[in-house]
Design a protein around this ligand. Sequence first.
Ligand code: ADP
Length: 624
Amino acid sequence: MEKNSKLKSWRETRTLTSRAFRIFFKRYPQMVMSRLLSVMWTALTPYVGIYLSALVIDELAGSRNIRRLQALVLLTLLSGAFTALCSAFLEKWKETQNAGLWLKVEQIFAEKLFEMDYGNLDETKTAELLSTIRQNQNGGGWGLYRVIENYETLCSSLLTIIGGFSTTIALFTSPVPESAGAYTIWNHPLCVALVIAVMIVITYTAPALYNKAGSYWARNADSINFSNRMFSFFGWLGDRKEIAADVRVYRQDKMCERYNQKKDDAFGSGGQFAAYSRGPAGLYSALSSAVSVLFTGVVYTFVCLKAWAGAFGPGAVTQYVVSATKVAGGVSSLISMLGNMRNNASFLEQVFTFLDIENRMYQGSLTIEKRRDRKYEVEFRNVSFRYPGSTYDVLRNVNMKFEIGKRLAVVGRNGSGKTTFIKLLCRLYDPTEGEILLNGIDIRKYNYAEYMTLFSVVFQDFQLFALKLGENVASKVDYDEVRVLDCLEKAGFTEDFFKMQKGVETYLYKDYEKDGVNVSGGEAQKIAIARALYKDAPFIILDEPTAALDPVAEAEIYFRFNEIAGDKTSVYISHRLSSCKFCDKIVVFHGGEVIQQGTHDSLVAEENGEYYKLWHTQAQYYTE
Ligand code: ADP
């Protein structure tokens, strides 16, 4: 973080900014082009008006030819109307292409997150980086978004400078007539150079001071990040329905208030940025405004002196003052933009650190043989696993074969490694040691997306979307309604279905639809089981599938389990041993190891075994 709080060099700034720009150009070329054309038009067309108005004034003050005057006025009006029409058209195009720019930027991150190794998502570093990027973006508009804004400013200021310059050149080259006496000094090249130099110095100083004020943000990125993170946690707690009950019971709102209203927070009235605004940043900003006013004074003096001396007519006075001020404005915004770009570079560096997070899992390319008979045999061979950043092995030397079409129950105490075992089976992580084989070949060698098609899993912490019931079950927008209903029925979601007034079209929860139905934990679990069934994969894995169900619904699921599993190889993790009895094989995990395997009858007969202990503890619980 220390590194990010320093200003980047110009070279680094250029590399980072052009990389960001290329991302936008590649993904959204129309957006970039619409900005360019609209900016070109806005920057160059005012000069047409300025030029024509100068001609009108000169005509009025000069020969006063009525026909020529009429023609000039007409031309000025027509060109004004045409320019306005095209501007409106270009502006609309730009607006359409740039709609939802925030969302477009968010999509870049979302895509990265979706294609990231599951293990990377676990790392605190990843979450911290992403949250910092979002805070900087939402708090100060820093990061990718700023690049597109700067690009627009770059184009507009360059074009303004070019346009203004071409209409200002004559200000310096029009000679004062010899008859003007001492005023002819303005014809001397040194005098012209001096005026230009003064203009350049002022033009440069104003934005440089402004950037200096702005650099206090970039230099203190760390404290901004921290404050933003605190705010984004405590500031939005009221929005989160899932904690609304706890907040009320424990009055956690008081705790949030304390954090949100801290005066000495970076953004508080007693904080760092308020101190900067009262001190150096405020001073630089005020000086910058004062220097800008000086420029107008210098231009006016120079133009008026030359006009007074007879170098040009009154029409040209307005033209030169407006054009020179525009050139200065262009240069000024160019310099501000460059400073802003440099301040933004440290924020871009964070963006790219995130986008460059490497996927370390090997991506195989073998295709998976499509088998109607679903004969996919998976075997764990001496598998050990340690979570990234952890200090101990969560799984140790696991050996296991999944028998095709059979029901396997996995039991064990909390934290014994059951869920981790399933995550390895689904290749969310790769083993630290040993290998997992599919039909005799290491699963790392298979194409990952294809390998994933083999599994339907209901994880303990499954999530449903606030979308239609049918979409949730099918994980698709265009789903087969008959199949959805069949899967819901198999999962025992029948009585609950009557609550769904629009059938499979009913929205779950009320996030996006006021008639949405808030399903209970048990109902949600049945929908998740139906989702697993809809996928119809050769393996079905249920991790604590009945934890949220009432005893009646639970009994129903066991009763239907044979129907649910069909000819699939099924894995069933449960704390309720009575529900594992019906499985063909039971494996017992303890401290990351498989300590027992067998049928219920054989395991319960081992009086010194863990299974015996677990079984009798629960049996006692139920019989008492
Ligand atoms: P079970 O499913 O048997 O309750 P888990 O497989 O969920 O057990 O967890 C086994 C162990 O791994 C626990 O000690 C748990 O704290 C640890 N663990 C689980 N997930 C992670 C993770 N993402 N990072 C580090 N440790 C983890």
